[in-house]
Ligand binder design. Structure first.
Ligand code: ADP
Length: 410
C-alpha cells in the first residue's frame, strides 16, 4: 500500500473515531443531565405526596414534631413514595428546624453534616397549617447509589462499550499496519542480505578456481590444498545457509516432522568444528572443544543438530570483533545432555536477549550492522531444540561475550 494512501486512511479513520467519541461524549452528558432532571422531578413528586399525606398530622407552629408523629412512619412513607416514582434508594432522612439550625430527627445521626449540605430539602408546610413552617424534611442519597440511579440507562453503557470497541479496533488495525510494514521491510532486507551472502562465497569460489587454473599454482601442492580448502569452506558455508533458510521455511509448516535416530553429538561437534578450523585460524582465533558428556548419544535428527551446532559456532565467530575465542563443551546435567557454545564476542544486551530467537530479529546497534546475516539462524536453532523437546538458554553480557546453552533429553 502506498504511503500517502496509508496516511489518508489512518487520518480519515482517526478523524471519524475522534468525532464519534466527541459526539458520544456530548450525547452521554445530555442523557446524564436528562436523567438528573428526571431523578430530581421524581424525588420532588414523591416528597409532594409525602407532605400531602402528612397533612393529617399537621404541625402547629407551637408544637414540636416529636410530639405529633412517628418518625419511622416518615421514613417508610418517603421510601414508599420514592419507589412509586421509580427511585429505588433508601435515603438518609432528617427533620430540620431551620430557625434553630438543629435536627429534630435524623435517620442516621452520623450523616447530619451531609444532610445539612444536601440540596434535597423540602419545606414542611402541611395543608391546613396557617403559619410559616420553620421545618424542613431533608433527604441525602448515598453518592454511589445516586450515580447508578441517575445513570442506569442501558443505552449509555452500550454506547460507551461500543466506543471502547471502536477505539480498540482502531489501535489493533494501526498495529497490524505497522507490523505489515515491518514485515515488508524485513523481507526486502532479507533479500538484500541473502544476495550479498550468496554472492560473496560465489565470488571467492570463482577466484579460487581461477587460481587453480593457473598451472604454476596448481602444481604447488601447498597452494592447491589451500585453495581447495577455501572452496570447501565457502561451499559448506553456502550449504548451511541454504539449508537453514529452507529448513526454517519448512518448519513453519505445522505438519513438519523431524527424522530422529541415534546420533553421537560428539561426532557431530568434531565434524562441524573441523570446518571452522581454517576461518578461525585466519582470524588468529581459538576453538576449544571440551566434550565431557557420557553418554553422548541422543535420539535426534542428525541434519538439524549439525546445522544447530554450525549456526551457534558461526555466530560466535561472526559476532567477535577481536580474534574469536570459542568454546564448545558438553556434559550431563540432571540426566540430560547439555551443550554450551560460548564466545568472548560483542555480547547481547538484556533487552535484545528477549528477541534474538524471533524470526528476522537482528540487533541493530553499533558495529553489528557490519556483520551480514538474516536473523533466522537463532530462530531456526530454537525451533530445532523445541522439536527435540529440549531447552535453549542464553547468558550474555554486552561487551563480554555470550553463552548459548542447549539441553537435549538423552
Ligand atoms: P544473523 O543471521 O543476524 O546472525 P541470528 O538469528 O543467528 O541471525 O542471530 C540474531 C541476532 O542475534 C544477530 O543479528 C546478532 O545480533 C545476535 N547474535 C546472535 N548470536 C550472537 C553472539 N554469539 N554474540 C552476539 N550477538 C549474537
Amino acid at each position: 500500500m502506498k504511503r500517502w494512501i496509508r496516511i489518508f486512511i489512518i487520518s480519515v479513520f482517526a478523524i471519524a473515531a475522534v468525532s464519534l467519541v466527541v459526539i458520544q461524549f456530548y450525547q452521554t452528558r445530555r442523557t446524564f443531565s436528562i436523567n438528573d432532571n428526571m431523578f430530581n422531578v421524581g424525588v420532588g413528586n414523591a416528597m409532594d405526596e409525602v407532605i400531602r399525606q402528612l397533612g393529617g398530622n399537621a404541625l402547629q407552629p407551637s408544637e414540636t414534631p416529636s410530639e405529633t408523629f412517628n418518625y419511622q412512619e416518615l421514613d417508610s412513607l418517603i421510601v414508599e413514595q420514592l419507589l412509586v416514582n421509580g427511585i429505588d434508594i433508601h435515603p438518609v432522612v432528617g427533620l430540620y428546624n431551620g430557625t434553630e439550625r438543629s435536627f429534630l430527627y435524623s435517620s442516621d445521626p452520623q450523616h447530619e453534616q451531609q444532610l445539612e449540605e444536601s440540596p434535597y430539602r423540602y419545606s414542611f408546610h402541611p395543608a391546613g397549617v396557617v403559619s410559616t413552617s420553620q421545618f424542613f424534611i431533608i433527604l441525602s442519597f448515598p453518592s454511589a447509589q445516586l450515580f447508578l440511579q441517575r445513570n442506569s440507562n442501558l443505552f449509555v453503557y452500550l454506547s460507551f462499550f461500543l466506543v471502547v470497541i471502536i477505539a480498540a479496533m482502531f489501535i489493533i488495525s494501526l498495529r497490524a499496519m505497522a507490523n505489515q510494514r515491518k514485515l515488508d521491510q524485513m523481507k526486502s532486507e532479507f533479500i538484500n542480505n541473502m544476495t550479498h551472502e550468496i554472492k560473496t562465497p560465489l565470488a571467492t569460489i570463482g577466484l579460487a578456481c581461477e587460481m587453480l587454473r593457473d598451472e604454476t599454482i596448481s602444481q604447488d601442492s601447498e597452494s592447491r590444498k589451500n585453495f581447495i580448502g577455501i572452496i570447501n569452506d565457502e561451499n559448506q558455508r553456502m550449504r548451511v545457509l541454504v539449508e537453514t533458510i529452507l529448513q526454517s521455511a519448512k518448519m513453519s509448516n505445522k505438519n513438519f516432522r523431524i527424522n530422529p535416530k541415534e546420533v553421537d553429538i560428539h561426532q557431530i561437534i568434531d565434524k562441524v568444528s573441523t570446518s571452522f578450523k581454517l576461518p578461525i585460524s585466519n582470524r588468529n582465533g581459538k576453538l576449544t572443544i571440551d566434550l565431557q558428556a557420557d553418554p553422548s548419544v541422543v535420539v535426534a535428527d542428525e541434519l538439524h543438530i549439525t546445522n544447530l551446532v554450525y549456526n551457534l559456532i558461526d555466530n560466535g565467530i561472526k559476532y567477535s570483533s577481536e580474534a574469536p575465542d570459542i568454546t564448545v563443551s558438553t556434559r550431563i546435567v540432571e540426566g540430560q545432555l547439555e551443550l554450551r557454545v560460548s564466545d568472548h564476542g560483542i555480547g547481547i544486551s538484556k533487552d535484545d536477549q528477549k528477541h534474538v530467537f524471533e524470526k528476522f530479529y537482528r540487533v541493530s546497534t553499533g558495529n553489528v550492522h557490519n556483520v551480514k546475516g538474516f536473523g533466522i539462524g537463532l530462530n531456526y536453532v530454537a525451533q530445532v531444540v523445541k522439536l527435540h523437546h529440549g531447552h535453549i538458554a542464553l547468558e550474555s553480557e554486552l561487551g563480554q561475550g555470550s553463552t548459548f546453552i542447549v539441553t537435549l533429553p538423552l
